[in-house]
Design a protein around this ligand. Sequence first.
Ligand SMILES: Nc1nc2c(ncn2[C@@H]2O[C@H](COP(=O)(O)OP(=O)(O)OP(=O)(O)O)[C@@H](O)[C@H]2O)c(=O)[nH]1
Length: 359
Amino acid sequence: MAPILQDLARMTGQRNHLRLEISVVTTLSRLPRVLDVTMMDLLQEKGIDYVLVKHHESGQGDQDCPHYAAGKKLEEMLPLAQYSHVRQAILENRGHAVATWQDGVHQGHCIWLIVWHQQQAMQCIELRQLEPFDAARIELITSVFQVYQNYHDLLDYSERDSLTGLYNRKTFDDLRFKSVNAIPLSPQARAAAQRRHSDQDQLACESSQRALSDWLAIIDIDNFKQINDQFGHLYGDEVLILVANLLRQNFRNTDRVFRYGGEEFVVLLRAADQATAVGVLERLRLSVEGFRFPQVGLVTVSIGFSHAGNFMLADLLDQADRALYYVKRNGKNQVAYYQELLASGKVHGPVQNSEVDLF
Ligand SMILES: Nc1nc2c(ncn2[C@@H]2O[C@H](COP(=O)(O)OP(=O)(O)OP(=O)(O)O)[C@@H](O)[C@H]2O)c(=O)[nH]1
């Protein structure tokens, strides 16, 4: 089989977004004469558009190109304003943009491929080479990209909840049960996982830890049964959709929001410290409280959260749930931090069984 077909077959065999992303970067970087390929997330913070560098791979072309200034820093966040061609392509709803670049020693050409999802530009893939792009080359690159985009949409459909469009419970459980993808792995567990996995899986494992979070929060709509009983399920559903929209508005692209159950949501949040995490979650709580829901009026949420530390995802979920339960029993419409409640004796940790009870 031609190498490109093998790469495409590998790409469409992926079952999660992260591996699919790495796979398309690898596939494109293996095309002849490619210098390097970079996958970037497009995100907005405080009204400013940024690109966040997510994956980078050098191609074979860079061997013929001494002193080539490859290498972008992973996780680097750069203003989209530095990528005027990408910004213009997004404004014009285009799928790609082509331009030239210079690094002091070399001069080359660059194509950016834009990943659209539900009329929103989500990601951008940058591919660099020395030669100009002719029509056949653009067709080859955009065809590989189209396979990626189609498959990305298909994966996305199976990973999302049909009512709210957020990630569904199954997607969360996939994170839980594939511990190599879960957050966070202890150094020993990570080393063991890395020994078990191939290079590409190892890369996915490393990137997934970067891509995921430092905090886990459970957000539960207060008195939702009453809303359903008083206004009917259709209005209940509308509340779920509107709360999901507020969740999307309040969190960054790098956070992950799931509809975990009926009126319960889980967020994997990246925040530098406790004060920032509290600030983000309080802002969400206030924005739900301040929103006027048609017909229903006032809706509030209770939030419990926990710090990832060295815990596995299942433990974190249990901790955040304990904090949430505390809020539910103490007035609702508040944010509670598990580790703080534990330190002050307001909640207890899980019972440590020294004996194994099988039945
Ligand atoms: N409309 C609608 N209702 C749902 C959906 N999924 C679950 N529910 C309802 O959500 C309600 C949850 O009720 P409870 O678990 O008692 O929680 P609550 O009334 O919010 O009470 P607190 O959590 O203590 O504030 C139940 O009545 C479920 O039927 C859904 O997809 N749509």
